[in-house]
Design a protein around this ligand. Sequence first.
Ligand code: FPP
Length: 248
Amino acid sequence: MADAADLLSRIRVNGAVPRHVAIIMDGNGRWARERMLPRPAGHRSGMKSVRAVVEGALEAGVEVLSLFAFSQENWQRPPGEVDALMSLLEEYIQKEADELEEQGVQVRMLGELDRLTPPAFSAVDRVMKQTAHNSTLRLNLFISYGARAELTRAARLLAEDVAAGRLTPAQVDDAAFEAKLFTAGCPDPDLLIRTSGEQRISNFLLWQVAYTELVISDVLWPDFSRRELYEAIAEYQNRDRRFGRVRP
Ligand code: FPP
C-alpha cells in the first residue's frame, strides 16, 4: 500500500490539486463505541486527524480547507457531549493557535457563533484575530452551522437591502446571493470528502457544492490521516469535471 509521501509525489505529477477541499468529519462516535469508550473520546481522537489534514493540505498546496466541526443539529445531542465538544474547541484553539499562526494558516470560524458558550466564543474570536493576516492556507471551521439557515439568512439580508433601496430585485443574482453567505469571497469547494461511509450532504454548504466532486471514504474520522486525504485527492484528479457542459 502506498504511503502518504508516495501518494503526495503521485498527486503532484498527476496535475491540478483541488484549490478548496471540504470535509464532513464523521464517525467519531462509532470509533469510540468500537473501543467501548465514551463518545467524547472519539471527538478527542478526531482532533489528531484535524491536525493531520491541515498538515497534509499545507504540503499539497491546497488553498482552502473547510471542516464541518459542529452542526446546528448537534446542539440537540446530550448536554454532556455538547459540553465536551465546546471544551474541545477551546482546547484545539489553545493548543494549535501558535503553530497555525507560524504555518501561515488563516483560521475562520463560520456559523451562528452567537450560540457558542462565552469562553468558546472568546477563543474563536482570539484565533481569528491572531491569524487574520495569514494567507498560506485558509482553514474554515464550520461551527454551529447549517446550510439552510445560511441560505435563509442570505435571503433575509438581500430582502433588507431591497427594502432599504440599496438593491433592486433585478440585481439579486448569483453574485449578490453569494456575497451574503458566510463563505463570501471564498472559491467553491472542488472536492468534498465525507468519512465513515455515509453518503449524505447533511445540510453542509448546499449552495457551494453545486459542482463539487464528492469522495466517500469508509475510514472513520479518527483514523483519517494524510494518506487518506491524498487518496481522495488522487481520486478527484481522475474525475472528468464538465460543470454541466460537454467536451468540445
Ligand atoms: C461526527 O461524528 C463528528 C462531530 C459531530 C464532531 C467533529 C469534531 C471533531 C473532529 C473534534 C473537534 C475538532 C475541532 C476542530 C475542535 P459523530 O459523532 O456523528 O460520529 P457517529 O456518526 O459515528 O456517531
